[in-house]
Design a protein around this ligand. Structure first.
Ligand code: UDP
Length: 242
């Protein structure tokens, strides 16, 4: 297929589950994190792509879990944002061990262990070939890291938001494959169709933000080794939402 480099600055959204190993019951599986870090470092080096990563925290804590058991939602969400920082530090460590210079920027100040989020500074890091890991989501409760991914992608003027999924899903389907076995994978789909049919690629706040700002989303499986390189080399994998 077409192997020209389609995007030069990207934001990769990784769910917390992408760091875990359910089989070994590990919250953060060093081997999994190393594999993802290696792929990121290699595409940055080989393709010269500027890459920022937004990490989730669902492998450690989700605000909705706490609020379901009676906890104040905002408190539970702050716990979730802290969870993303743990994942971010694990990813930075793994990237640095791959020889990839990396900075973590947090939306909630914790200057002893990471930089605060400063937009222009993040862009400068990217221009210098550093990976920037954005942690603590948007810094606000009632949001998700999907929305943080959309927000940061728009803010730093990325070419695309890469939504790397961790489950079996390799793209967006025209119906829920769990309940509709005949559902087929879409190579490309519009924001409007995703919203109208509730195709659940990302949460609605994230989809809407991308739609309003013309930020395309590539939805693909990060669990398939080599997929990140394929996506950034212009191979048609996953589903392009735009
Ligand atoms: N969170 C939040 N505001 C944000 C981003 C995240 O309150 O801007 C909290 C929220 O409680 C969420 C948790 O952090 O459940 C972990 O993030 P998320 O569920 O998005 O992680 P993922 O599903 O990607 O692992």
């Amino acid at each position: 297929g077409d192997t020209s480099k389609p995007w030069s600055r990207v934001v990769l959204k990784l769910s917390g589950e992408a760091f875990a190993s359910p089989a070994a019951d590990e919250t953060i599986d060093g081997g999994v994190v190393d594999r993802i870090a290696k792929e990121i470092a290699e595409v940055c080096h080989d393709l010269g792509v500027e890459m920022a990563v937004v990490v989730g925290g669902g492998n450690i804590w989700r605000g909705a879990t706490g609020s379901a058991s009676g906890m104040d939602r905002a408190s539970a969400d702050y716990m979730g944002m802290l969870a993303t920082v743990i994942n971010a530090l694990a990813l930075r460590d793994a990237l640095e061990r791959q020889g990839q210079p990396t900075r973590v920027q947090t939306a909630i100040g914790m200057s002893e262990l990471a930089e605060p989020y400063i937009r222009l500074r993040a862009i400068r890091h990217l221009e210098k070939g550093r990976v920037v890991v954005f942690a603590a989501g948007t810094g606000n409760p009632f949001f998700t890291t999907d929305t943080a991914g959309a927000l940061r992608a728009v803010e730093i003027e990325a070419d695309v938001l890469l939504k790397g999924t961790h489950g079996n899903t390799d793209g967006v389907y025209d119906a829920d494959p769990a309940t509709h076995p005949e559902a087929t994978k879409l190579d490309e789909v519009s924001f409007d169709e995703v919203i109208a049919k509730d195709l659940r690629a990302m949460d609605l706040t994230a989809i809407t933000l991308c739609k309003e700002n013309g930020m395309p989303i590539l939805y693909f499986s990060i669990m398939e080794p080599g997929n990140l390189r394929r996506a950034l080399s212009g191979e048609r994998i996953g589903t392009l939402i735009r």
